[in-house]
Design a protein around this ligand. Structure first.
Ligand code: SF4
Ligand code: F3S
Ligand code: FES
Length: 248
């Protein structure tokens, strides 16, 4: 016999005028290697077909299954029930628009953020598929790849006090995007262009250094390092511009 797990799950359907936000309790016998994905699927199949939650890859790749698990944002498909106590409370991620129960719309938020930071390679070169792509130094490619691993799950945003208080704050995930494109030699934007985007209260100056973003990132992205590096680079860049204007 496995443990009897008690799930307290947030229920609310904003599409239904009769629906009111409340918690609902389900019990389930734990099985070996049970993840929250398996548990929620069983609850939906065996106890309540109306339960809403998101899953796609079940492998920590698509980022769609993020939710607040016993007070901490995380990926449900990568969370084993054996690592949790007998009583498990599941809430939808804050900050994002609620679709219903545990399902939120992270796509709209991430699209807006990606548009704000210009999250693509800005180049005047035209792409010719018949030509080989220019080679990049391996160490640099790996450094860029490290920052590319974000799955846009939203855990860092949901855990951030600033993002919870201020709709316009772009979050550590946006600084990570900027850091990634600053490294890329194919991107023709210069340092001033990048700092114009994040040198605001919506960007790096809005960050209060609360650190939760890095603590909860399921891909272990070095978000704190990026925030620190960008702050230092911004300081040097501001000094450089002051010297330049004095010389002129
Ligand atoms: Fe998720 Fe980490 Fe990307 Fe934030 S930086 S969206 S926590 S993968
Ligand atoms: Fe938020 Fe991370 Fe800054 S939690 S306040 S973005 S250090
Ligand atoms: Fe894709 Fe969990 S279902 S990350």
């Amino acid at each position: 016999m496995g443990r009897a797990l008690k799930f307290n799950i947030f229920r609310y359907n904003p599409q239904d005028p009769e629906s009111v936000p409340h918690m609902e309790t389900f019990t389930l016998e734990e099985t070996e290697r049970m993840t929250l994905f398996i548990a929620l699927t069983r609850i939906r199949e065996e106890q309540d077909p109306s339960l809403q939650f998101d899953f796609c890859c079940r492998a920590g790749i698509c980022g769609s299954c993020a939710m607040v698990i016993n007070g901490r944002p995380g990926l449900a498909c990568k969370t084993l029930t054996k690592d949790l106590p007998d009583e498990i409370t599941l809430l939808p991620l804050p900050v994002f628009k609620l679709i219903g129960d545990l399902s939120v719309d992270t796509g709209t938020w991430f699209r807006a953020m990606n548009e704000k930071v210009g999250s693509w390679i800005h180049t005047s070169k035209t792409f010719d598929p018949s030509q080989e792509e220019e080679r990049m130094d391996n160490a640099l490619a790996e450094e860029i790849y490290e920052l590319e691993r974000c799955v846009e799950c939203g855990c860092c945003v949901a855990s951030c006090g600033t993002a919870n208080m201020r709709d316009e704050f772009m979050g550590a995930v946006a600084m990570n995007r900027i850091a990634r494109f600053m490294l890329d030699p194919r991107d023709e934007r210069d340092t001033d262009d990048f700092f114009e985007i994040i040198g605001t209260d919506e960007g790096i100056f809005g960050c209060m250094g609360l650190l939760a973003c890095e603590d909860v990132c399921p891909k272990n992205l070095p978000l704190q390092d990026q925030l620190g590096i960008l702050r230092r680079k911004m300081g040097w860049n501001a000094l450089k511009n002051i010297f330049k204007s004095k010389k002129a």
